[in-house]
Design a protein. Structure first.
Length: 485
């Protein structure tokens, strides 16, 4: 008989990917039985709803304990952060003592293998995890894996993996089971404030960056840095630590071997001769007196940094350099990571850059290759609406010609904490170090304003973790007659 897993909050990118990964498990991989997967959420929209339907997952809108229990009590309920303390299904689970786990606990119990590669960092972790997974798969090694995004290659965001005997014979250093997962520092669950990566037991750590973020969970830089130090300390003495030069000064070590990467000559792996164009980035990776030419269609100098970290990890794990380079070249990126949504007379980008640090990096990359007007529409996540985060906005938007703050998404407030800043206040903060900032709280007026401002060669970039309430799609539709498409 198949095991029944129910997902509360299944329409999130990561939760839906996890549900689909279980649904795809063949019966013989699960002791003779497959998985029955059901899920609930407030609503369902493409592409997530399409992916769930195509995979044969049963889901329904709203929170209905009777539907959750329609075929008997689930063997396991996976509870997402969307489940508030008043969620009827979550209340039912607790009242009836059903077996439940958080998302990271499921990753720990089902995905993490003997060789656990964890890609962590304030930024670059989703792309690095996806790229490293693509490299391993390109080399005919099939790890279990998970990353928090939608790959632009035909690769789901999570998979339980399988043993590839041929690959193990071809690459002796890779003997054993492998997992590659994104190590998110955000809290595990509503009942557990520890970072998700606390559960992933890394034997191999790729640390891309450490810059204070999520002030709603980590009120001070010290508290934020401490969780990354704990992650670093959790790697066994015999484990592999590959650390970006940007994170290295913040990590205290005690004689462990560290492999560093970056653009400084003192690093073990150095990227140099970076050339950025509207079609991608090319560069050389220098390692042990050898130079490896690398190219990617993904935009931004930081892709050279991400790719170098992944190259280092894959090479240290025993993959052949020519296969790594070919995999990087064929990697298309992750949706909403400087994703080019419209390419014509006007170019429109969509990118998850919900902090001033991430926005600054994306805008700098765009300015490197686009010389005309860049209009940035920016919405921060909840942590970067905390008063403590405001100093980080100074000069963050200097590469933009104009910054527009839209109506901000409503977030839950706590009586014990300061109120989050609103859109007009955020515009004022940004305007302290930028001369052209507007707050437009009406979506239709915002779209009309942008349409009237742009000319041939200009760029519009939407920076933030929310979906901008369909504004991107509406703007693209209105601009499309002006484009080559």
């Amino acid at each position: 008989m198949s095991k029944h897993l129910h997902f509360i909050g299944i329409c999130g990118v990561a939760m839906s990917a996890l549900a689909i990964a279980f649904k795809k498990v063949h019966p013989d991989q699960n002791g003779g039985a497959g998985y029955k997967i059901t899920g609930s959420d407030v609503g369902f929209y493409p592409p997530v709803s399409t992916h769930l339907k195509d995979a044969g997952v049963d889901f329904y809108p709203g929170w209905h304990p009777d539907k959750m229990m329609a075929s008997g009590a689930p063997n396991l309920v996976v509870v997402g952060n969307v489940a508030s303390s008043h969620n009827p299904e979550w209340l039912y689970v607790q009242e009836h003592k059903l077996n439940y786990k958080s998302y990271p606990e499921v990753i720990r119990d089902f995905f993490i293998k003997t060789n656990s590669i964890v890609c962590a960092g304030t930024f670059g972790k989703s792309t690095s995890t996806a790229l490293l997974t693509w490299i391993f798969k390109y080399a005919k090694i099939n790890p279990s894996y998970m990353f928090g995004g939608i790959s632009l290659n035909e690769m789901p965001a999570a998979d339980l993996g399988q043993t590839n005997v041929g690959a193990r014979h071809a690459v002796p250093l890779l003997d054993g089971q492998w997992s590659i997962v994104e190590g998110d520092e955000y809290k595990t669950a509503r009942w557990d404030n520890s970072p998700k990566f606390d559960y992933y037991k890394p034997t191999h750590l790729l640390l891309t960056s450490v810059v204070w973020d999520h002030a709603d969970v980590y009120p001070t830089e010290k508290s934020y840095f401490e969780v990354f130090q704990k992650l670093y300390n959790s790697v066994p003495k015999t484990g592999l630590r590959i650390i970006s030069e940007k994170a290295l000064p913040l990590i205290k070590h005690n004689g462990e071997t560290i492999i560093s990467y970056g653009k400084t000559a003192g690093c073990d792996y150095v990227y140099a001769n970076v050339v950025e164009t509207v079609s991608g980035v090319s560069f050389n990776i220098l390692y042990k007196n050898q130079s490896y030419p690398v190219a990617t269609t993904c935009l931004g100098e930081y892709m050279a940094d991400n790719a170098t970290g992944c190259f280092a990890m894959a090479l240290e794990c025993g993959l052949e350099p020519n296969k790594i380079i070919a995999a990087i070249k064929s990697f298309k990126g992750v949706k909403r990571r400087l994703e080019k949504r419209l390419d014509g007379k006007i170019t429109v980008f969509d990118t998850i850059a919900h902090s001033p640090t991430k926005a600054q990096a994306d805008l700098a990359s765009l300015r490197q290759v686009y010389k005309n007007k860049i209009i940035a529409v920016f919405e921060p996540n909840s942590g970067n609406r905390e008063p403590a985060a405001l100093p980080g906005y100074a000069h963050a938007f200097s590469a933009a010609s104009e910054v527009i703050v839209p109506k901000l998404t409503k977030i839950k407030t706590s009586p014990t904490k300061a109120l989050p800043i609103e859109g007009d206040e955020l515009a004022t903060v940004i305007a302290a170090t930028h001369t052209n900032v507007k707050y437009i709280d009406d979506d239709q007026k915002l779209i009309t304003y942008i349409k009237n401002q742009v000319n041939s060669g200009d760029v519009v970039v939407f920076l933030g973790s929310h979906g901008f309430r369909g504004m991107i799609e509406e703007l693209i539709t209105s601009l499309r007659p002006q484009s080559r498409r």
